[in-house]
Design a protein around this ligand. Structure first.
Ligand code: ADP
Ligand code: MG
Length: 583
């Protein structure tokens, strides 16, 4: 039976824990708040340590202003801040913090020690708070600045813990936040360790320096400067079109030196790449926007993650114009040979001469169409039970593109890249799914490749070591911000290992499904890199071998991404096209 419960005021500790949930969702949120406090305190260096995904321990130490002795107790109280005094201040706020609830929120759900000393006080002090209760306050010897240590985060909030992802993921999300914040204040020197591994070290210099520290030396090669001064000033650096990526997560947006998420602006940046990179791919980089403080409302989200502009359209178009200008200056064709046009997917039609040939997702041989009303193309593709391809005989290659072959009374056109891709893809999957005790078919590289990928990704590669090994790669962390690859799957022997591994690592960012799904993605990636290029000239032997392999490959009529790899022109179709009576 459900009784009527009396309404009661919650004890302060419970109220604090509820409010904390809005600000502190996960270890990364703790880091964001602590680092923002250090930045607001005018620090010139910030040292960060993360342990156990941030759930065991987080420490942020700065050399900023410190907290005056009299204010120390207030710092961990809710709605206590030194940054604003009256409501109007919110509209003009220049500091990152102003809500005065971060320290209180963190202290409510952890064991927190805050040690601080101002420049002109003789000694420092440490405040020890557990689950919102101040336990002790003791004198402490410390250098000027502040050090906050947060232990056992959420240990007393099992509900919150259940919503977290793995320790490794929480740790890397936290590192990512630190890296992004380091870019918002490039003049501050950051170091960050994750389980004692140094994962980030910025020198304290220009924006370029910070980006380079986060992304690695590739930044120099891949990034284009964005520089559009004005009342809405847009800056930063974005990837040139050849360096596109599989996920959108590589874009960092900074508004008035504040790390923000703004869907419209991210879309504006994405949009400026349209037509320059394949659909479904994304640019990456850092875009900074400076607007007058009163043209942006920063008080719309408890964790200050979102901002609202008084004139969003104006900001949107300023960002887009600035990105366009940067991209226009870039070379049109990428180093990896990707055409700077969006892929068109699926069926195509040639209306001329009344031929209508659809994408070949259909069965082979195509069902012979029954009498069609004149002027209407044959509805191919309706009997879509994937059947095996018949044996084919190579006739040649048109230019250095499509292969032309015959099979009985049909003419078959083959996209050699798509076809080879599918062959390799099925081979890889068959091997990986096979007997685990059998070697996964690796090929040692004569020259190991080293890829600078930034500390965050390097650490994730280390975590994914077993999965990569199962797929035939030997990849390990190599220094704080790089990985080294010494072996690739046998089928990838024809690929440029550096480009392949670089993309493999980049894809780690994609939200991961189960192992099977991930193996599919890796197989598709390896196949794409190792397959013959569309423009490669194949000799007669290679042409015939590819056709034979296709026939032996289940589902050989589409590439791993579902695009057609063969076009079958059967006798009935050709007769219709040439207006011959059916044979
Ligand atoms: P807010 O940043 O919104 O003011 P916080 O709860 O994050 O609220 O911090 C409360 C106050 O504690 C700040 O206003 C500031 O005066 C002081 N403080 C917190 N962290 C630091 C730090 N690293 N250095 C100096 N002062 C700090
Ligand atoms: Mg704060």
């Amino acid at each position: 039976m459900i009784g009527v419960a009396p309404i009661r005021r919650l004890p302060q500790v419970v109220a604090d824990a509820i409010a904390a949930g809005e600000v502190i969702e996960r270890p990364a949120s703790v880091l964001k708040e602590l680092v923002e406090n250090a930045l607001d305190a005018g620090a010139s260096r910030i040292d960060i340590a993360i342990e156990g995904g941030g759930l065991v321990r987080i420490e942020v130490a700065d050399d900023g202003s410190g907290i005056a002795d009299d204010d120390l107790g207030l710092a961990v109280e809710r709605h206590a801040t030194s940054k604003i005094a009256v409501a109007d201040d919110i509209a003009r706020v220049r500091t990152l913090g102003f809500r005065g609830e971060a320290l209180a929120s963190i202290a409510a759900v952890s064991e927190l020690r805050l040690t601080t000393r101002t420049r002109d006080s003789i000694g420092g002090a440490t405040l020890h708070v557990r689950h919102g209760d101040v336990l002790t306050r003791t004198p402490a010897a410390s250098a000027p600045g502040t050090r906050v240590e947060v232990c056992e985060l959420f240990a007393a909030s099992p509900a919150r813990l259940r919503f977290l992802r793995s320790v490794a993921t929480e740790g890397s999300v936290a590192v990512r936040v630190v890296s992004d914040l380091a870019v918002t204040h490039p003049e501050v020197a950051f170091t960050c360790t994750n389980d004692s591994r140094v994962v980030l070290r910025t020198p304290g210099g220009t924006l370029r320096d910070a980006i380079r520290a986060v992304i690695g030396p590739r930044a120099t090669r891949d990034l284009l400067d964005v520089d559009a001064p004005g009342p809405i000033a847009v800056g930063g650096a974005i990837a040139s079109p050849h360096a596109h990526r599989a996920s959108r997560s590589g874009l960092v947006l900074i508004v008035n030196r504040r790390l923000v998420h703004n869907r419209a602006l991210l879309a504006a940046i994405d949009e400026s790449y349209r037509g320059l990179i394949p659909t479904g791919r994304h640019g990456y980089g850092v875009v900074t926007v400076e607007v007058p403080a009163d043209a942006v409302d920063v008080n719309v989200h408890p964790a200050k993650r979102e901002v609202r502009f008084s004139d969003e359209r104006a900001v949107f178009s300023a960002v887009q114009r600035a990105c366009w200008a940067a991209l226009r200056a870039a070379p049109a064709l990428g180093a990896d040979g990707h055409l700077p046009v969006a892929f068109t997917n699926g069926a195509f039609e040639v209306r001329d001469g009344d031929i209508a040939v659809m994408g070949m997702h259909q069965a082979y041989p195509p069902t012979r169409p029954t009498a069609m009303p004149a002027g209407h193309p044959a509805p191919v593709g309706n009997a879509a039970t994937p059947a095996a391809l018949p044996a084919m005989e190579a006739l040649g290659q048109a230019g250095s593109g499509f292969l032309v072959a015959t099979a009985g009374d049909t003419i078959v056109l083959v996209d050699p890249h798509a076809a080879h891709e599918k062959v390799l893809y099925m081979e890889l999957l068959a091997r990986w799914r096979g007997d685990a005790s059998e070697s996964s078919g690796s090929q040692l590289l004569l020259m190991p490749v080293v890829i600078e990928c930034g500390p965050d990704r390097a650490a994730r590669v280390a975590d994914e070591h077993d999965f990569f090994t199962r797929c035939g790669f030997t990849i390990e962390q190599f220094g704080p911000a790089a990985v080294r690859c010494t072996a690739v799957p046998l089928s990838a022997a024809g690929a440029d290992p550096e480009a392949l591994v670089a993309e493999l690592i980049e894809r780690l960012d994609e939200r991961d499904a189960g192992t099977q799904e991930r193996q599919h993605r890796v197989a598709a990636l390896v196949a794409c890199h190792a397959a013959v290029r569309f423009g490669d000239r194949l000799d007669a032997v290679a042409q015939q071998r590819l056709l034979d392999q296709m026939v032996a490959t289940p589902g050989g009529t589409t590439c791993p991404h579902g695009r057609p790899s063969v076009l079958v022109l059967d006798d009935a179709m050709l007769r219709r096209a040439f207006r011959r009576s059916p044979g």
